[in-house]
Each structure stands twice: as C-alpha cells, then as structure tokens.
Design a protein around this ligand. Structure first.
Ligand SMILES: Cc1ncc(COP(=O)(O)O)c(C=O)c1O
Length: 399
C-alpha cells in the first residue's frame, strides 16, 4: 500500500521546478487594483486573469457587495433547496434570464458546479455527449458523473462533429453537443450556427459553456448566443461569475421546464451551500454597470485589437484568437517556464500552459486583456515580450 505522495510524478516535477526557481504556480498576490498586482513587493502588469471587464475594483460594484453583507451577512449557511434561498438569488435569476434572452435561469455557487450539476442531471447511462476536444476540464468531469457515453470531435471541426452524430444517432436516447462558447486556451469562438444546424439535423441538444463569452461577447456582453443571435437554438447555456462578473458563481439558463428540472435534480446545486450575498450583489451590480456604461466594452475591444496586432507585428503565433484571450505559442514546456520567469523579472504576470494541459510540444502562454488596462502598461507588455522573443528565441510559427 502506498503511504506517501512525495514520489508521485507531479510532486517530483513541482519540486524540481521550485529548486530551479521556475515554479510558476500559486504566486501570492499581496495587493491588486485589477490590472496590476504586487508580488514580493514588485508591481506587475496582470495579463493572466479573467477579469475581462475589470469590474472587481469598480466602486459601485464594491459598494453593492458591502451593502449586501450588511443586510444579509457574509454567508447563507445552507443550500438554496433548504435554508439558503435569498430573495436576491431569485431577483438575480430573473435579471440574468432577461439579460441572456432565455426563459429562466438558475444560479450555482461556482461555474464548475454549474457544469457538474447540470450535465449529470440531464444525461444518464443511456445518453451520449459529444465534446469539442478543447472543452474545459469541468465538462470532462461532468461526463464521469453522468455515466453517459462520451465522444470527442476535433476542435471546432463540423465534419468531425457530424461524423460522430451520424455514427451514433440510433444508439442513444439523447445526444447532447457540449462545447465552450469561447475556448479558454485558444481564444477562438465556437461555430455555433453550424453546431445548431447539425443539432437540428440529428435531433441533438446544444449545451454551451460560455464561461469566457458571458460579459464579453454580443450586445452588452450577453454572450456567444447573442453574438450569433441564436438564443432560441441553444438548449442549455452556462456562464460563470468568476471572470467578467468579478465574483464567484455560475448560471445555467434555458427553457423554464428544463431549468425547473435542473433545480430539482442537480446534486451540486441541491447539496452545496448557495452563493453568498456579497457575490449575488456583485453580479447584479456588474449587470447594472455594463447596462449604463458602454465605454467598458469599447475599451476592452480597443485593448484586445491593440494587443493582437502588437503580438503579430513582433512575430508571435497567436492561434486563431478573436477574443480577449490571446495565446502565444511557445512549444517546449521548459521554454514556457523560462519565458514566464523572464516576464516576471520584468514586471509582467502571465501564466504558462504546459503538458498535460496541452499535448507535448504545444506549450503556450495564455495572455488576456481587460477594459481597465491602460495604454502605457500594454505598450510596456509588448516591449517586454519583444525582448523575451529575442533573448529566448521564441518561435514565430507553430511547429
Ligand atoms: C470554460 C470554463 N468552464 C467552466 C469553468 C469553471 O468556472 P468557475 O471557475 O467559475 O468554477 C471555467 C473556469 O476556468 C472555464 O474556463
């Protein structure tokens, strides 16, 4: 029987990186204003977060969270199902359903729980789920909980999706196509129109994980469904509050009957304490702020365009990014660590993505931009990347 984890591969790798002073994880942030952070007394430009709208430090948002704590306390101490259901949870759900253009919405305590709870409620052993190969880990874990059969199709490749649909249409009770609206690593957008057409042809459900699309895409950040005008063709739409909405929590939206079914059967919803009042008020305030201030999205997209063009001009390979997520291809895992270190030493916070999160030789740096980044900081980031490219010989093409 094994009684120690120190010999495990992952811990050996972590310890080696620590020894080489190249361990890039769990960096403790001592202070933050959103677009910059202080670590070990050093100020760094943050290009490794999901705070796309920069609302974590918005005055009205912070005040709303404080007010909610004063009125309801710091936590709900129970599940929505029992003692943890506040009037503001229900008000937020109504507001979100209107915002997203769906009949009903249900809020969960995290985005991950939203995926776990919903997918394991709507799919069972007689069903199948069809996953884009770049879907988020929480979707993969949902499959394990549901006991459904799963198939992977090639990333955003409709021929590959159709092949799987065609080959399995008569074998299962239900088929559910599950894909990210905005892909979290490569920053490209789901071909939602084509997905909904295939779903109709093969009588499948469409489930969109819009963690990185909500708040960012479409009119006022209503998400990827709104970007394509396809709200009525998406059966289940998931969003998180841990990114654009400056807090923690998640939302599932869809038809009234489906949401009511999930409300009464999603285990991660029923057997876990509800979103705390401050988080509920934060999300609600974010929705109010973006409804009245259209400069936030304008600034976001201006910054995104500036950085995407800036990286291309220097000669980086940035995949097919069309969103605030701009990945930089590096290739080798060790080189990705070296680049991260170089950036850190020069006051830039970015995160490497290495194996097993990506295949061997496909390491990248995931960078992302906010409405609240200022031009001076962004120009500085490009300057540091230019130096890093030369110093560390970062490739211009993906091998
Ligand atoms: C695509 C996607 N789905 C789901 C989640 C889980 O969301 P949360 O962090 O709110 O639990 C994430 C978080 O990184 C994500 O990127």
């Amino acid at each position: 029987m094994i009684k120690s984890f120190t010999e495990s591969k992952i811990i050996k790798k972590a310890n080696l990186l620590k020894k080489l002073d190249m361990y890039p994880f769990f960096r403790a942030i001592e202070a933050s204003d959103g677009s910059t952070v202080t670590i070990n007394g050093q100020k760094q430009v943050m290009i490794g977060s999901n705070n796309y709208l920069g609302l974590t430090h918005h005055q009205e948002v912070k005040e709303a969270a404080i007010k909610a704590i004063e009125k309801f306390g710091t936590g709900c101490t129970g599940s929505r199902f029992l003692n943890g259901n506040l009037s503001i949870h229900e008000e937020l759900e109504e507001k979100l359903a209107r915002y997203l253009g769906h009949e009903d919405a249900l809020v969960f305590s995290t985005g991950m729980q939203t995926n776990l709870g919903t997918l394991s409620a709507i799919a069972g052993p007689k069903d199948c789920m069809l996953f884009d190969s770049e879907n988020h880990a929480s979707i993969l874990d949902s499959a394990r909980l549901s006991f459904a059969t799963t198939f992977k199709y090639k990333h955003n490749n409709m021929e590959s999706l159709e092949e799987v649909l065609e080959g399995n249409m008569s074998r299962f009770k239900k088929m559910i196509i599950v894909a990210d609206g905005v892909f979290s690593m490569t920053g490209d957008i789901l071909k939602l129109k084509e997905v909904t057409e295939l779903a109709e042809k093969y009588n499948a459900y469409v489930y969109v994980d819009d963690a990185h699309g909500i708040g960012v895409m479409g009119d006022l950040g209503r998400g990827t469904m709104n970007h394509f005008g396809l709200e009525d063709r998406v059966d289940f739409n998931m969003g998180t509050f841990s990114k654009s909405f400056a807090s923690i929590g998640g939302v599932m939206s869809g038809k009234k009957e489906s949401i009511d079914f999930i409300r009464h059967s999603a285990r991660s919803f029923m057997f876990s304490a509800s979103m705390p009042p401050s988080a509920v008020a934060t999300v609600s305030a974010c929705l109010d702020v973006i409804a009245k201030d259209d400069t936030i999205h304008k600034k976001l997209w201006k910054n995104v365009k500036f950085m995407r063009e800036g990286f291309k001009n220097i000669g980086f390979y940035t995949y097919n990014s069309q969103t605030p997520i701009i990945p930089i291809f590096i290739g080798d895992d060790i080189k990705a660590m070296e680049v991260t270190n170089f950036l850190k030493e020069n006051g830039v916070f970015a995160t490497p993505v290495i194996t097993p999160a990506v295949p061997k030789g496909e390491a990248l740096l995931r960078t992302s931009y906010m409405a609240t980044h200022n031009m001076k900081d962004l120009e500085y980031v490009l300057e540091v990347f230019k130096k890093a490219k030369k110093a560390l010989d970062i490739p211009s093409i993906r091998h």
